[in-house]
Design a protein around this ligand. Structure first.
Ligand code: NOJ
Length: 764
């Protein structure tokens, strides 16, 4: 016992000597010789088992976010912790719990290497921001960065120092429930948002205890699961990977993200966890990433189910060789790596590289300097849920809504003298607005719509539920069942609507009907809500439909018949206040859709940056032999980039400074935008480009820039975009990112469909 203590003091002294002030600024990190020297010195002291321990991540003892491969193994985990065989834990909540486990790592293991604590802080910890897809709809990079910074500050105050966010998967299929967790369908918008989120989480350095490591996930192509069914097979060309899937991941590396997570799916026959193309060639090779890659939950062991390996030992071998540095909950590394090294199947140098990556980030975080820097109980009390965070998530929520329809200026509502009927279970729900993936937050902590409306007391509001969206929660993972039978509340709702001037119907998905494992084949309003909407419409047509959902829905009937539709997503803790303020015009909606809304599921996948076929829809021939459906249009219900305002914006005078340019030159595209409405408002001016002929066929349009402008009534402004060679680059038939000479169309407008158009020529 005495011996251990002496050892501990000895090694602690070494570690204190090794510790240094953390820096994150990319250039200083990448050249940070002092950190590298310290990592090397520490590694010289480590046994093989201790090294492998750094690559092992265990779930905490309470929450789980996936099926546990080794349920009930708490005793084993403690034992491994004490031996220094655990480098990281996830799902550990609160400074107390974090401190307890950190103490074991620091005081009871031979080398005292601190643990790093990960958690899914996806859109807030306890104070919940809108779901990421909703935030993306704001196109407001400053607000999005702030939202991530709030999440980081609150999460770090409860002991967390690593978030498994942002999810930067470009997603084209709304059947996939995890679209709620990303930035939508566009690689350019996704890249800008990934950068903002990473800056928000990580900041410029880790000197304080208010920042957390970010994690770009899921590498790669997870969102392209066949048929939108979560975890399903992915088959994708290199061209699509490069041009469509990789850009936000590459942007994440450029933004200095310190960790990556691989993905559950197989990609072209190889599970991503075992893909050395993804992890070694592209990420650590081409992109020079020097942080570490964590597997997804149990994804090593799942390679047995994929039929790629026959047991967990083979999984460990394939995964480590392919560049998966840390094993989340598969027990593959802790149980098998040591033997694999001894048998000569895995070189120790490969283990060393992975360990170096993990230790490097621990030094950067400042954990060696102070392993308890995230364990300040007083700071936790002062920080969690603080007023300033509430203001921030309210601001984000207002900016995230998208006005889809507003016939006859039904909105904004008059603030007095009106009888308002509010209908829909979601209007009175204090849990659903928190959305999916908010495991740190408590149920019933969101402001409901009814509560939000009560802050405007000069109208009369009467509420009736009408119908339940979901019945009950059946198990720990937020399972909900859709109500398919109970219409007993219809009559009261109809009666309520009959007597009202305006009906606000809040309909859509319960917050727990999207997210991981929640793919859907029907994207209509779940359960009996569509029926309720149509019944209410029969007695009062003055309906404002408040959509609450975590993915694009198909709402053809509502789009045709309901005069006003506001997309409110799942807006987080301040949901009801935000919606009420928008309804009453205190905030003029400014969001734009980050994902196409289809007319029907049969159109999926449907996205704006598609390619022309040999028989394109623009030619609409009279014969049947062109690329179309015989029972549905090709066009979406609402296109990417779409969103109205209480004001109107007119675009004119699109001009180029020159209609041809070469190599190092630039040209300017300018357009005039005028607010012709009655209200001050914000507009996201969008720039799209089409490369008319390429060595590989090119999309009909690609977003290449956007600018938010705020205008008073009658005010106009000239918006300018600079066009250069880089903007025209793509992954060509030469398997290189390069720009090809040729003709280009340039579009500027209010969404991906309504634009002004001009053209230019570029020469290399
Ligand atoms: C599985 C999910 O795919 C991943 O995104 C998440 O971070 C982990 N579980 C940990 O909860």
């Amino acid at each position: 016992m005495k011996k251990i203590k002496v050892k501990y003091i000895f090694y602690s002294a070494i570690l204190m000597a090794l510790s240094c002030g953390p820096t994150l600024n990319k250039s200083s990190t990448y050249n940070n010789k002092s950190i590298e020297t310290k990592v090397d010195s520490l590694m010289n002291l480590m046994t093989l088992e201790e090294k492998i321990g750094q690559l092992n991540q265990y779930n905490g003892f309470y929450d789980v976010t996936g099926p546990t491969p080794k349920e009930g193994q708490a005793a084993l985990k403690y034992e491994h912790l004490k031996k220094g065989w655990v480098g990281s834990m996830l799902n550990v909540k609160g400074t107390n719990e974090v401190r307890t486990l950190q103490k074991i790592a620091v005081e009871q293991t031979r080398l005292g290497i601190p643990l790093i604590f990960g958690f899914d802080v996806i859109h807030g910890y306890k104070t919940i921001s809108p779901i990421p897809l909703a935030e993306a709809a704001s196109w407001d990079l400053v607000a999005i960065e702030r939202s991530a910074a709030v999440a980081a500050e609150e999460a770090s105050a409860v002991g967390i120092n690593w978030t498994f966010a942002p999810m930067v998967d470009v997603a084209r299929d709304p059947r996939w429930g995890r679209v709620m967790e990303g930035a939508g369908e566009d690689p350019y918008l996704g890249s800008r948002i990934a950068t903002a989120r990473i800056h928000g989480f990580q900041g410029d350095n880790f000197n304080s205890n208010t920042k957390v490591l970010a994690c770009a996930k899921h590498f790669a192509a997870y969102a392209f699961a066949e048929a939108g069914r979560d975890y399903n097979t992915v088959d994708m060309s290199e061209e699509n990977l490069q041009n469509l899937v990789f850009p936000p991941f590459k942007a994440s590396v450029d933004a200095g993200v310190r960790t990556f997570m691989n993905s559950f799916n197989e990609l072209n026959g190889i599970p991503a966890t075992a893909s050395s193309y993804l992890q070694r060639t592209v990420l650590k090779g081409d992109w020079g990433f020097n942080g570490f890659v964590v597997s997804d939950w149990g994804s090593m062991l799942e390679m047995v189910n994929h039929g790629y390996v026959s047991n967990n030992k083979e999984a460990a071998e394939k995964a480590i060789i392919a560049g998966s540095d840390m094993d989340m909950e598969s027990y593959a590394y802790v149980e098998h790596l040591s033997a694999l090294v001894k048998e000569g199947k895995v070189k120790e140098a490969i283990i060393d590289d992975a360990v170096r990556r993990v230790l490097r980030t621990k030094f950067e975080l400042g954990l060696f300097q102070n392993p308890y820097k995230y364990c300040d109980e007083q700071h936790e009390k002062n920080t969690v849920g603080k007023k300033e965070f509430q203001d921030d998530v309210l601001d984000m929520a207002k900016k995230s809504m998208v006005l889809l329809k507003n016939d006859n200026q039904l909105l904004p509502l008059a603030t007095s003298g009106k009888k308002i009927a509010v209908i829909g279970a979601l209007a009175n729900d204090k849990t659903s607005p928190l959305g999916s993936w908010r495991i740190g937050a408590d149920d019933e902590t969101a402001v409901s719509l009814i509560e939000g409306l009560s802050k405007f007391p000069n109208n009369t509001v009467t509420y009736t539920k009408g119908v339940d969206v979901a019945i009950g929660r059946t198990q720990f993972m937020w399972e909900t069942k859709i109500n398919q039978t109970d219409t007993s509340g219809f009559a009261a709702a109809i009666e309520n609507a009959k007597n009202a001037d305006i009906v606000l119907m809040m309909l859509g998905e319960h917050g727990l009907q999207t997210g991981e494992g929640r793919s859907r084949t029907d994207l209509g309003l779940p359960g009996l809500q569509q029926q309720l909407l149509e019944e209410v419409y029969k007695v009062n047509k003055n309906i404002v439909l408040l959509l609450s959902n975590g993915r694009p829905l198909t709402i053809p009937w509502a789009a045709e018949n309901i005069p006003a539709i506001l997309e409110t997503w799942q807006l987080g803790t301040q949901s009801g206040n935000a919606i009420a303020q928008v309804l009453y015009g205190e905030y003029n909606p400014s969001g734009k859709l980050p994902m196409t809304f289809p007319r029907s599921v049969g159109q999926l996948p449907l996205y704006y940056n598609y390619k022309n076929t040999g028989r394109p829809s623009s030619n609409e021939p009279e014969s049947v032999f062109w690329s179309h459906y015989i029972d549905q249009k090709n066009t979406p219900q609402y296109p990417f980039g779409f969103g109205l305002s209480y004001s109107k914006f007119e675009y004119s005078n699109l001009k180029l400074s020159a209609d041809t340019f070469a190599n190092t030159d630039k040209i300017q595209a300018t357009v005039e935008v005028k607010n012709t409405g009655k209200y001050r408002g914000k507009e996201v001016v969008q720039l799209y480009i089409q490369d008319l002929v390429g060595s590989l066929t090119r999309p009909v349009k690609e977003l290449k820039g956007f600018e938010m402008v705020e205008l008073l009534p009658n005010e106009s402004r000239t918006i300018s975009f600079s066009i250069d060679k880089k903007m025209l680059e793509f992954f060509t038939a030469n398997k290189k990112w390069e720009t090809e000479s040729g003709d280009f169309n340039l579009f500027i407008g209010t969404n991906s469909q309504e634009t002004l158009k001009t053209k230019f020529h570029y020469t290399n």
